[in-house]
Design a protein around this ligand. Structure first.
Ligand SMILES: [Zn+2]
Length: 89
């Protein structure tokens, strides 16, 4: 399985197999991305998020939203308020 550029640059321990996108606030598996002009981007076609810089481990989001499911629905938006501090970044 290919390792994402994000996991290569930020090799801290993986907490989950999912990322949450800062731009579209949706989730995707960490081995999924679109490559556009050599850069790894969010896999959602209508999103311009970066899969390296805009991806947050789903477990980190769930620290602030324990009501969110462990296995989120593809395409579902999970809002997040950034006035709360994020740990584990
Ligand atoms: Zn996105």
């Amino acid at each position: 399985m290919a390792i994402s550029e994000r996991d290569r640059i930020f090799p801290h321990p993986l907490r989950s197999d999912l990322f949450w996108c800062l731009h579209c606030q949706r989730t995707y598996e960490r081995n999924k991305w679109r490559t556009i002009r050599g850069l790894q981007r969010c896999p959602y076609l209508d999103c311009d998020g970066d899969a390296v810089l805009d991806s947050i481990d789903w477990a980190d989001i769930r620290d602030s939203h324990p009501e969110y499911p462990m296995k989120p629905v593809w395409g579902e938006v999970y809002p997040f308020e950034f006035d709360r501090p994020i740990i584990h970044l």
